[in-house]
Design a protein. Structure first.
Length: 196
């Protein structure tokens, strides 16, 4: 199996509430990574994550933006402890990121959206190849279901219009024709909305 040389996080973004910041601290410490927290004057927090052996560190600045702490980070990691801690943080706290996992002859590029991998691309000297692409099958099925409901409703409205037209053709009373015309106007308006 190929040995990973490095992992690069490109514009990784985490957006955490105050409560989630506490959870983030606990999760990092559970990964056996040293954590130093510095609270800055403006309410921002600067974190220094360091692997236990002291070989590698990452500095993360969380800026206070309304009710959130937001960190945008680009870094290159080599050692597994910090790499795994960052991967778990992006996943657990629904982060967005482009992650390059670099091997000797190729690079795997992972696109995270809200903590989930949405796309994986293999990059080699020969070019790039999509290995995985997220498909929202449930969303697509819901959309098809909704469109079928609209089609059924259009058919029902068309049937109702035909019935009201038949009634209009059968009556000779002006008051009934006026009431039928009003109902036909409502139904044609509904049909127009459904077909739009």
């Amino acid at each position: 199996m190929a040995q990973r040389l490095a992992t690069e996080y490109v514009n990784a973004k985490l957006q955490l509430t105050s409560n989630e910041m506490s959870q983030f601290f606990r999760m990092i410490e559970d990964q056996q990574v040293r954590l130093q927290v510095m609270i800055l004057d403006n309410g921002n927090q600067e974190l220094l994550l360091e692997d236990v052996a002291g070989r590698e560190q990452v500095r993360m600045t969380f800026e206070r933006q309304q009710d959130y702490y937001v960190c945008v980070l680009t870094c290159r990691l080599v050692h597994p402890k910090l790499t795994n801690a960052m991967r778990k943080a992006v996943s657990a706290f629904r982060g967005d990121a482009v992650v390059h996992r670099i091997y000797s002859h190729y690079t795997m590029i992972y696109h995270y959206h809200k903590g989930a991998v949405h796309r994986i691309v293999e990059l080699t000297d020969a070019g790039e190849r999509v290995v995985f692409q997220f498909k929202d099958t449930r969303g697509q099925l819901e959309q098809v279901f909704r469109s079928r409901l609209v089609e059924r409703e259009i058919a029902l409205v068309n049937g109702a219009i035909n019935e009201w037209l038949d009634l209009r053709n059968q009556t000779d009373l002006p008051q009934e024709k006026q009431a039928i015309d009003l109902r036909l106007k409502e139904l044609t308006h509904k049909l127009f909305i459904l077909e739009a």
